[in-house]
Ligand binder design. Structure first.
Ligand SMILES: CCCCCCCCCC(=O)SCCNC(=O)CCNC(=O)[C@H](O)C(C)(C)COP(=O)(O)OP(=O)(O)OC[C@H]1O[C@@H](n2cnc3c(N)ncnc32)[C@H](O)[C@@H]1OP(=O)(O)O
Ligand SMILES: Nc1ncnc2c1ncn2[C@@H]1O[C@H](COP(=O)(O)OP(=O)(O)OP(=O)(O)O)[C@@H](O)[C@H]1O
Ligand SMILES: O=C(O)CCC(=O)C(=O)O
Ligand SMILES: [Fe+2]
Ligand SMILES: [Mg+2]
Length: 307
């Protein structure tokens, strides 16, 4: 994006001011930004940029997600795996890190290892893992949705365990915006990178294309017999007829998706631990998230600020 386009985007963000979370809920598609004159009405969910092809833009506009193949190198993924292993074995300790175990094993006293950690959240203080959020090729695409001043709102690495038979390794269908009252929603994007081959066997991402055009729906715990992980809320009343699309991805492929896109993941029927790094959401206004000024997850400075 050139400097003039960036300046216009900042102006738009400035006019939007600081929304209350309920405003984001009531007007989830507020904040539509068409900062340049190329296609003023045509595009609602992507910013004008020279990175995405017309087909890619149209795909994201229509479907709410976009898979970019082979975006993160094997070498980087290996480094993230190594660091994750150290965290699980407690060789690296981080104050604010949240470590989650699958509910099916949460009450067992198990020795620290990668086999008992289902997910880590808030790794922004770990320089090695946080490199993911600063990879130029990730930021290049993130910028197509957020504009040039980018902040990581949340960081995660998911290590989906082999299902114990209770189906607790599933992640119910949800919208990420449910978890963070950030906005404008169209300027938020989540990046999800496969750290290995992922398909329906080990629990790939499942999306309901086009649902990013809808509103934020009520979420609650699904009524699953085997139990549900803490905070794994699901949408109760989605359209049963919507087509579910299973995203089969290779190591290093990254899917960028809108925070209102309904998505989830199935159970892991293999004996491996399915790793994805690292969903981040990366919105930012000029001085922080434009709707929730202070967020404990906010982490600034991924790219030099535009003057
Ligand atoms: C716009 C931005 C978009 C950003 C996108 C991000 C979207 C995010 C979508 C999600 O990922 S939703 C899921 C988010 N999940 C969480 O936030 C869970 C975070 N994890 C935690 O809070 C802790 O890991 C947890 C409380 C579950 C465990 O913490 P501890 O290890 O300190 O707890 P401990 O082992 O002492 O257990 C405390 C209690 O929690 C229970 N527990 C542990 N793991 C559990 C689990 N997995 N599920 C349910 N309960 C669990 C455990 O049995 C125990 O119950 P009791 O009090 O009855 O003894
Ligand atoms: N029939 C369904 N209708 C709506 N949502 C579903 C349905 N089946 C599964 N889901 C949701 O979609 C997510 C992905 O499910 P998916 O069907 O891919 O995996 P699975 O049921 O674990 O395994 P399988 O590949 O055997 O179907 C699940 O976590 C669940 O929340
Ligand atoms: O990789 C997965 O299982 C999906 C996780 C997810 O959507 C989330 O944590 O918000
Ligand atoms: Fe999610
Ligand atoms: Mg199924």
């Amino acid at each position: 994006m050139d400097a003039r386009a960036a300046a216009r985007l900042r102006t738009v963000l400035g006019h939007l001011g600081r929304l209350e979370p309920r405003d984001v809920v009531a007007h989830p598609t507020s904040g539509t930004v068409s900062p340049t004159s190329f296609h003023p009405q045509q595009f609602q969910f992507t910013l004008d940029n020279s990175i995405l092809s017309l087909e890619q833009r149209q795909f994201y506009e229509e479907n709410g997600y976009l898979v970019i193949k082979n975006l993160v190198s094997d070498e980087d993924i290996q480094r993230f795996r190594d660091e994750f292993g150290k965290i699980c074995r407690k060789e690296v300790k981080l104050d604010r890190l949240v470590i989650m175990k699958d509910v099916s094993i949460s009450k067992l006293q198990l020795a620290p290892s990668e086999k008992v950690v289902t997910k880590i959240q808030d790794f922004q203080e770990d320089p090695e893992l946080f490199r993911y959020c600063t990879l130029p090729q990730i930021l290049k695409y993130v910028e197509c949705f957020t504009g040039p001043n980018i902040m990581a709102m949340h960081t995660m690495l998911i290590n989906k365990p082999p299902d114990t038979g209770k189906k607790t390794s599933r992640h119910p269908l949800h919208q990420d915006l449910h978890y963070f009252p950030c906005g404008p929603s169209n300027l938020i994007v989540c990046a999800w990178t496969a750290m290995e081959h992922i398909d329906r066997n080990n629990g790939c991402l499942v999306v309901l294309p086009g649902t990013h055009k809808g509103s934020l729906k009520p979420h609650d715990y699904p009524k699953w017999e085997g139990g549900v992980n803490k905070m794994y809320h699901g949408i109760q009343d989605y359209d049963e007829n919507s087509a579910r699309v299973h995203l089969v991805m290779e190591k290093g492929d990254t899917v960028f998706f809108h925070p209102l896109l309904i998505h989830g993941s199935g159970r892991n029927k293999t004996q491996g631990f399915r790793k994805v790094g690292i969903p981040i959401a990366a919105p930012i206004g000029k001085d922080g998230c434009v709707s929730c000024s202070a967020t404990p997850y906010g982490y600034d400075g991924l790219k030099p600020k535009n003057p």
